[in-house]
Write a protein that binds this ligand. Structure first.
Ligand code: FES
Length: 146
């Protein structure tokens, strides 16, 4: 294959790929409305729990438990008598942050926003801390409400 033919083939592959990508991008809003592409329909949002009930026995001291509350990924952590339920949605653009045990902070994979163990912004694009949810106890059950 000559150099020109190889360049033409590369250009054709690029145009095929970008054409497909453009078609997908145009279809995404439609798919989102239909509940495709991971989008949440109104029905799915209605079905999402607005209250979590977690037996205290499932929350050992220091353990992080992950649940979804009203469509939001939530981390529930018990530190002695204190129980904290924290949204894991980054306050910049809503990506899901991840706890980094080695450095004791949350990291947002989208734009590398960083939050300390209390959810306060350390660095990056976010300007607000990770929100928390009200937590109460009824006997041996922890209740988290959105
Ligand atoms: S969405 Fe988290 S830093 Fe941008």
């Amino acid at each position: 294959m000559t150099r020109d033919r190889a360049r033409d083939e590369t250009r054709r592959r690029f145009l095929r790929l970008t054409g497909r990508t453009a078609a997908v991008c145009l279809a995404v809003p439609v798919l989102h409305q239909l509940g495709g592409c991971g989008g949440q329909t109104d029905e799915a949002a209605d079905a999402a729990p607005t209250t979590l009930r977690i037996p205290l026995a499932e929350l050992p001291d220091g353990l992080r438990v992950y649940r979804e509350l009203n469509g939001v990924p939530v981390e529930i952590r018990r530190e002695g008598d204190e129980i904290i339920a924290r949204s894991l949605l980054c306050t910049h653009q809503g990506c899901t942050v991840q706890w980094q045990p080695d450095v004791q902070e949350y990291l947002c994979p989208c734009h590398e926003g960083r939050f300390d163990a209390d959810g306060e912004v350390i660095e990056g694009m976010p300007t607000r801390p990770l929100p928390t949810f009200p937590v109460r106890r009824e006997a041996d059950v922890v209740i988290v409400e959105s």
